[in-house]
Every structure is written in structure tokens, then in C-alpha cells.
Design a protein around this ligand. Structure first.
Ligand code: GDP
Length: 293
């Protein structure tokens, strides 16, 4: 199960309807571009994909050849969204997870913890969203579920202080991966960004290379709204990657390519369901096959 069936159904079926057995002209390419835009590839990426498909299929007379060219071009674009980076830090490798409330941040942290544990690494979680009591409780539940210790303080504690303590504890215990949750209250945006910058400063004093990763979690169903979220967080934090959730609930799977290319940020993980195993390290070839078969 790829979790991309909705996107595939819509995109693949409509591309087939347009191209199978038919001759291709300028209007066909315009319609193809519209299909990509509807799947949230973004206007610029959609235009680039169509342009490259035209070049690649210059001699093509029939739709089937154009379809193959389109698939190959999309596969290339997905490839550039992938960045195979291993965990490099010798001490705790610190992954800071940021994003607005409701995008699936806590769930993604839980799934990510499970993933690393399955890979044989020890994991600790830091309850850095001190703004919402429910967030701390939810993280503790995930900690129990995946058998990872959770470092938390009382409500309204200083987020940077929680993460500072978690780092020291992780280092003392020889933990491989420390995953830190952060607040996602966007209505007081400037305060949140200051809080995130403080976390970065505090971590940097403990380990000059920390945080090793700062990933923004995005909900694929929010469409173009996600653009302003990337902009805001990237400005404040210099992100190292994206995790895109809820791809199972939308036909707009193209958002993965659109956002990644627009900001030059790799997609690290995709969420395709609510279960603990429904988080996949982003794999371009797999994604291309799931999008188009
Ligand atoms: P947070 O506020 O960002 O921490 O969001 P939560 O982790 O609490 O998630 C919000 C809701 O989205 C929950 O009901 C999750 O089960 C759901 N969710 C998270 N990731 C996915 C996903 O990949 N697919 C689906 N279908 N639901 C998801």
C-alpha cells in the first residue's frame, strides 16, 4: 500500500484518458499542464515538466509515447527532491520537528521514533511543545507505545530548557537519536519564531552541529497554504527537509514535487496514514511508481 491511491486514480486516469491512443497537439499539452496543476505540482514545476516532456517526445506521434516521456520526466523531478543523508552525529543526532498545529507533528514524531527503533537505534523524545498540555500527553503516549523515554517538564515550561535537558540526558545515556517536538501555535507567529530560534541557540551551545536536522511537517491536504508555512519557518530556522503527511487523504500528491523544488528542500519522509508504520522515508522511484503505473 503506497498511500497514494487517490492521487494515482485521479492523475493517472486523467492522463490516460487524454493520451491513450490519441494524437498529441499543443492543446493536449495545455490540458496535461492543467492536470499537473490540479494535483498541486505548482505552476512553475508543472510548466517545467511539460516543457521537458515536449522536448523528450519531439518525434512522438502518439499519446502513449508522450505518456512514457511524462512519467520519465516526473521521475527525474522526484529524484531531485530526494537526499540520501545518513545520521552522521556521533553523539545524539538531534532532529527538531517544527510545524503548525494539526499538521501531524506529534504523530510523525511517534512514527519516526518507531522507525529508528526498528533500525536498531536508541531514541529519546523531548516534549518541546510546552504550550499545549495535550501535546505533552500525546507525546508521552507515543513514547510508551514505541518504548522511548520522553523528557518533559510542567506546562508553560520554557521549550528551550526542556530540549536542553533532553539533550544532556540523551548524551549521558548514549542515545543515538533525539527527536524534539516544538510548539505550533501560528496565531502568535513572531513569538513562536523567537522560541524556535532560542532552541537553536541553546542546542548550538551544547553541540556546535546541533540541531543536525530541522524538518518542517506539512499537511498535504492544505494545498497552496503550505507555501507560506515553508516560507515562514525556513526564514526563521533554515530547514533541512520536509515531512509531508496525509498523502493518503488527497489527490494532490504532486505537492511533494512542487514544494520541494520551490524551496530547494529535500523531502525526508511522507506520511500515508495514521498507523505507526505509515511513515515512509521518501523514495523517488517508489513515489513515481505509486503516482503513475
Ligand atoms: P499535531 O497537532 O501537528 O501534533 O498533529 P497530530 O499529530 O495530533 O495529528 C493530527 C491528526 O492528523 C491526527 O488525527 C493524526 O492521526 C492525523 N495524521 C497525522 N499524520 C497522518 C497521515 O499521514 N495520514 C492521515 N490520514 N492522518 C494523519
Amino acid at each position: 500500500k503506497s498511500g497514494l491511491s487517490k492521487t494515482r486514480e485521479q492523475l493517472s486516469k486523467q492522463v490516460d484518458a487524454l493520451l491513450t491512443g490519441s494524437r498529441v497537439d499543443a492543446e493536449t499539452y495545455e490540458e496535461l499542464e492543467d492536470l499537473l496543476i490540479m494535483a498541486d505540482f505548482g505552476v512553475e514545476t508543472a510548466q517545467a515538466i511539460i516543457q521537458q516532456t515536449r522536448e523528450r517526445s519531439k518525434k512522438a506521434e502518439d499519446g502513449d509515447q508522450v505518456r512514457d516521456a511524462l512519467k520519465a520526466v516526473i521521475r527525474d523531478h522526484l529524484q531531485s527532491c530526494q537526499s540520501p543523508r545518513e545520521l552522521t552525529a556521533p553523539g545524539p543526532h538531534v532532529i527538531l520537528i517544527v510545524g503548525v498545529n494539526g499538521v501531524g507533528k506529534t504523530t510523525t514524531i511517534g512514527k519516526l521514533a518507531a522507525y529508528h527503533k526498528q533500525q536498531g537505534r536508541s531514541v529519546m523524545l523531548a516534549a518541546g511543545d510546552t504550550f499545549r498540555a495535550a501535546a505533552v500527553e500525546q507525546l508521552k503516549l507515543w513514547g510508551e507505545r514505541v518504548d522511548a523515554p520522553v523528557i518533559a517538564q510542567g506546562q508553560d515550561a520554557d521549550s528551550a530548557s526542556v530540549i536542553h535537558d533532553a539533550y544532556e540526558s540523551a548524551r549521558a545515556r548514549g542515545v543515538d537519536v533525539l527527536i524534539a517536538d516544538t510548539a505550533g501555535r501560528l496565531h502568535t507567529k513572531s513569538n513562536l519564531m523567537e522560541e524556535l530560534k532560542k532552541i537553536r541557540r541553546v542546542l548550538g551551545k551544547l553541540d556546535a552541529s546541533a540541531p543536525h536536522d530541522v524538518w518542517l511537517v506539512l499537511d498535504a491536504t492544505t494545498g497552496q497554504n503550505a507555501i507560506s508555512q515553508v516560507q515562514t519557518f525556513h526564514d526563521a530556522m533554515t530547514l533541512t527537509g520536509l515531512a509531508i503527511t496525509k498523502l493518503d487523504g488527497t489527490a494532490k500528491g504532486g505537492v511533494v514535487v512542487g514544494l520541494s523544488e520551490r524551496f530547494g528542500l529535500p523531502v525526508r519522509y511522507v506520511g500515508v496514514g495514521e498507523g505507526v508504520d505509515d511513515l515512509r522515508p521518501f523514495d523517488a522511484a517508489e513515489f513515481a511508481d505509486a503516482l503513475f503505473d
